[in-house]
Design a protein around this ligand. Sequence first.
Ligand SMILES: Nc1ncnc2c1ncn2[C@@H]1O[C@H](COP(=O)(O)OP(=O)(O)OP(=O)(O)O)[C@@H](O)[C@H]1O
Ligand SMILES: [Mg+2]
Length: 226
Amino acid sequence: MPAQPDYSSTNVGVFGAGGSGKTTWAARYLTATPFQARFVFDPIGSLARYLRIPRAQTEADLVQQLRTGWAAYDPARMFPDDYEAGAAWFARWSFTWSERLSGRKVWACDELWRFMTSSRLPPEIRTVMLAGRNFGMDFLAITHRPTDLHPQIRPQLDLVACFATTADGESARYLVDRGFDLDQVRALRPAKVRKPPCGQFVVRSLSGAEYSGALYGGGAQGVARR
Ligand SMILES: Nc1ncnc2c1ncn2[C@@H]1O[C@H](COP(=O)(O)OP(=O)(O)OP(=O)(O)O)[C@@H](O)[C@H]1O
Ligand SMILES: [Mg+2]
């Protein structure tokens, strides 16, 4: 499969405190976007649970799953003591497939901060994100705050979905730079309150388009700002 130089990939960052609604939103996004293949690194099983998809523990099972358009990977069997190595292996495996498969693909990881610190960027994850876009591969990272992500990753996000958070310091500055209204973000109601409207979010693109809404009991509103 030749590179897809004209493809404009979308790298998504989903931020928010525990129980704010991040994983639910990401599962909906992955389902609603017409990806040809979705590569999900899911050691906790959180995304697979919301998506109601099985997780593969071996390469053979991953290949089988990929036929359905969803390859969710649980590293427990191949990398029982080293999930970070599992993330690196899966990123490399996914990247190999992105070169072979046509169409739009995505590599997604919940709680990415567990496998990539802000000071250490595994080269395999760097490759799947930065070089993957040449082969139609999008990227989706879910984590608590922007500073959990390596500084090389942060500027590459095209779309930021922000849920209830107490962002301060560098994370707050990142969100302000991206056009977020911090007072609005801090007032968002998390999903865990379970009283609609809850799971409130604000999504902004690099171009300044914005929409906000709630996972439970609130319609989405789109406005173009900035
Ligand atoms: N109608 C509903 N159905 C299911 N869950 C709901 C509903 N309303 C609110 N919730 C809450 O949504 C929360 C799930 O949110 P989600 O797991 O997406 O959050 P998260 O930000 O990923 O959390 P964590 O940081 O713990 O992974 C649960 O706490 C659940 O109680
Ligand atoms: Mg979650």
